[in-house]
Design a protein around this ligand. Sequence first.
Ligand code: AR6
Length: 170
Amino acid sequence: MENRRLELIKADITTLDVDAIVNAANTTLLGGGGVDGAIHRAAGPDLLEECKSLNGCPTGQAKITGGYNLKARHIIHTVGPVWSGGMHNEHALLASCYQTVMALAEKNNLSTVAIPCISTGIYGFPQEEAAKIAINETTRFLQKNKLPQKVIFVVFSDESYKIYWKLLDQ
Ligand code: AR6
């Protein structure tokens, strides 16, 4: 059942018309490279002003802002773990990102949420392990909650697409 509430697309997440897109941020929440840089560029400078008022965000947690110049109404910023070999609580922290993102979406009555592959770029988390956590945690949340109605996994490469496709097909 919950599988109908999951979607997979290859896209630039900044272009999507959804209630919220998720940002793979760092603990300062003040911008950076990768998807974070793309989101700040597309949303415009007012996003940074709101982010400055948030006092950062611990790893594994999430905070919500407006979407500014994006089509998306909100941005949920989450801070994934930096991969340091897998023995430094990375798996639990990444799971916590997906749990807190989903909980914030539910609390804010959001129907559609688009989420990139947190931690798998600059932060170096192995892609397949990260995708398993993303799918497991999201599915678990959707089984218990009516919102968000739909979660869109947004990948940025053919390789990531194949990994998610294989896991979602099982
Ligand atoms: N749309 C969708 N996915 C994207 C986009 C995009 N426009 N751009 C990149 N990705 P990363 P992290 C994918 O490095 O590993 C920043 O400096 C990318 O291919 O953006 O969590 C922050 O400030 C990869 O699969 O985030 C932090 O310091 C995924 O998004 C740090 O990077 C995540 O890659 C966070 O590193």
